[in-house]
Design a protein around this ligand. Sequence first.
Ligand code: ASP
Length: 406
Amino acid sequence: MEKKENSFKEKALSIENLTFIAIVLGVVAGIYLKDIVIHLKLLGDAFLNLLKMITIPLIFASIFVSIASLSSIRDLKNLGLKAFSYYLSTTFLAVLTGLIVVNVVNFEPVSNVNVNESIEHKPFTIEALIKSFIPSNIFQSLADGKVLHIIIFSMLFALAVLTLEKTKKELITNFFDGVNDAMLTIAKWIINMSPIGVFALISYIVAEKGPDAILSLWEYVLVVIVGLFIHAFVNLSLIGFLIGKFNPYKYFLKVKEAVLIAFSTSSSSATLPVSLEVAEKKANIDKKTAGFLLPLGATINMDGTALYEAVAVMFVASTYGMELTLIEQIIVFFTASLAAIGAAGIPSAGLVTMTLVFSAVGIPLEGIALILVVDRFLDMLRTATNVWGDLIGAKLISRYINSSKD
Ligand code: ASP
């Protein structure tokens, strides 16, 4: 009896539940204890920095180890092809969901919004997207945290190591395998601090932005939330259930810490250490598969961002009194997908790449200022969706290459 009670207590006080409670308390404190929690920025930033601190070595080591320990290039092709098919199809599905919801709702033009807020006018172009894949100095990229560069380099490095003689190959692979494990151990320590870190992050954001901003753009906010909700809980869950043949609800319970951290940090990259830890330790996804798919997914698979960008463009267009034709919406469909792929896994990255979609359909870039006030809040939700999409993908693909143990 006592044992049962203890295990109930343990479960109730698990880090995941405490993190969830911290989010709720953070919102309440952000509203009612504004003057106090505004000073918690330092604590929140410290937590975020701890996560970021291990992200770069972790990305490098986990991508390297997964590829270097594959038995053949054919295995890599197999894994890569499955990953890209999943990423592309779910990104398209997300944008489509967003566009359908927008067309059903049909935004009324908003008149009391402020277009004069300053935004950075640095349009994101296809040229920039292509260049963003190729590093010229990998040490610079490592220092600047250019995740896509690091992924490309670690893939090439791993492929080269595959061609080396056995002793050299084992030496390098064992070394990075050790780095990977050590980083994951640090990740576990940081996760234990997440209730405090998350409380600081959330209460500060709520205190700084306040709920008023959300109310002023409630229709737009609601459409984004509904779209993200449908994609996360209907589309992705159905894909997991029907194609992956696993129970998405049970899976969610296992990996929810990563989704909560994504929500609290608004950064897929900073969430990566947590995603890897829960995928490997709680959901039993094979280390090689998770180590390859999750860093890649955190960087290029952004369903939430894609959906958000499509809705945002449609909303701003309606505010300018423009009604986008079917052809223009098809352009939005493709450019929003590209812009999401090009967005880095950091806060507000989607806002920058959105300029690509705006330019493609001729909406003034100033229009982005209209949605700035609510961006941080919606960023939390779209990042949570992004990470959930990566986790569903990792589970689903691991099933198809027979490495998931349950
Ligand atoms: N914050 C998002 C992420 O890290 C990217 C975005 O701004 O949409 O996944």
